[in-house]
Design a protein around this ligand. Structure first.
Ligand code: ZN
Length: 302
């Protein structure tokens, strides 16, 4: 029961639920209907959207989307003529000033093994690509996610190395131990960011260029450390669309939730969920403490 554990231990999850699950599902559904009424189901092609998941599993876990739903969602994208790309290709497009309307970027956070078991075959069949963000000490087995009483299996480095050589998945760093970076002193925050890059590079034998802030929590300081560590781009958990002038170090993403139905998924892809749900900021401030949520500042957003 991960959600109970989160509350009891006050630990940060892979990404904080924005609101308690039933309330969030109801708010999401309402917004999806509003999008459908407004747009008549036509996707908004104003920029590039990044969708992210954690687990693909039938487990009762607020971070797990069922394999059946995931397959349906990917098939919906294929039927809609979407190109589904990893984040590296998405950043290439944005850097070239492009955001083609039928391109969606996909990523998975935290390196759960069920992504390889249940998502990878679907992605391979459809010719889709995705990026997976790894907290390197969790993959080492020397740290664990504090929000699980019994942590689901994560990939091992041998599997990561093998999968990274394939056509579909690319692995990038997500800190060393998956902390709330905002609560760390300067040296520790910088180390979590820079060391995870070195870890991934030494295992994979190639440069790591993309970073993911745990739970999407960052401030000006973290953004600076990410830039100084030599990353090309980083993703937050702020919802929204990325236009070619987006700040590459605070890219926006939309999480796909276990309760999302077909219409919710279409609305998320189509631009109906590009702004935070009402009260999300208040909820995250209460949950993560003073200063959160960290919104990209005007300077960072450009
Ligand atoms: Zn995470």
């Amino acid at each position: 029961m991960p959600s109970a554990a989160w509350t009891r231990r006050g630990a940060i999850p892979g990404v904080g639920p924005t609101l308690p699950a039933p309330l969030k599902a109801a708010a999401t559904r309402t917004r999806s209907w509003w999008w459908l009424a407004r747009s008549r189901g036509r996707p908004d092609g104003a920029g590039l959207r990044i969708l992210f998941y954690h687990r693909i599993s039938d487990d009762d876990d607020p971070l797990a989307v069922s394999p059946r739903r995931f397959r349906e969602q990917m098939e919906l994208l294929a039927a809609g003529g979407y190109y589904v790309v990893g984040l590296s290709a998405a950043v290439d497009l944005l850097e070239r000033g492009l955001s083609p309307p039928r391109v969606v970027a996909l990523n998975f956070d935290d390196g759960y093994r069920d992504v390889a078991e249940n998502a990878l075959p679907v992605l391979e069949r459809l010719g889709f690509r995705a990026t997976v963000f790894l907290p390197t000490a969790v993959i080492d087995g020397t740290a664990s996610f504090p929000w699980y009483e019994r942590q689901p299996p994560v990939l091992g480095w041998d599997e990561v190395v093998e999968l990274d050589r394939g056509a579909t998945l690319r692995f990038e760093p997500h800190t060393v131990t998956h902390p709330n970076l905002l609560l760390l002193d300067d040296a520790t925050s910088r180390h979590e960011i820079a060391q995870s890059k070195l870890d991934v590079e030494s295992k994979l034998g190639r440069p790591a260029r993309l970073f993911c802030y745990p739970a999407g929590l960052f401030g000006e300081r973290e953004r600076r450390f990410v830039a100084e560590s030599g990353f090309r781009a980083a993703v937050s958990c702020e919802p929204g669309v990325n236009r070619p002038d987006a700040d590459l170090l605070t890219l926006r993403r939309r999480q796909i939730d276990p309760a999302d139905r077909r219409l919710d998924f279409r609305a998320k892809v189509g631009g109906g969920h590009d702004t935070p749900l009402p009260l999300r900021g208040v909820y995250r401030r209460l949950r993560y403490g003073e200063g959160a949520p960290q919104r990209p500042s005007a300077a960072a957003v450009r």
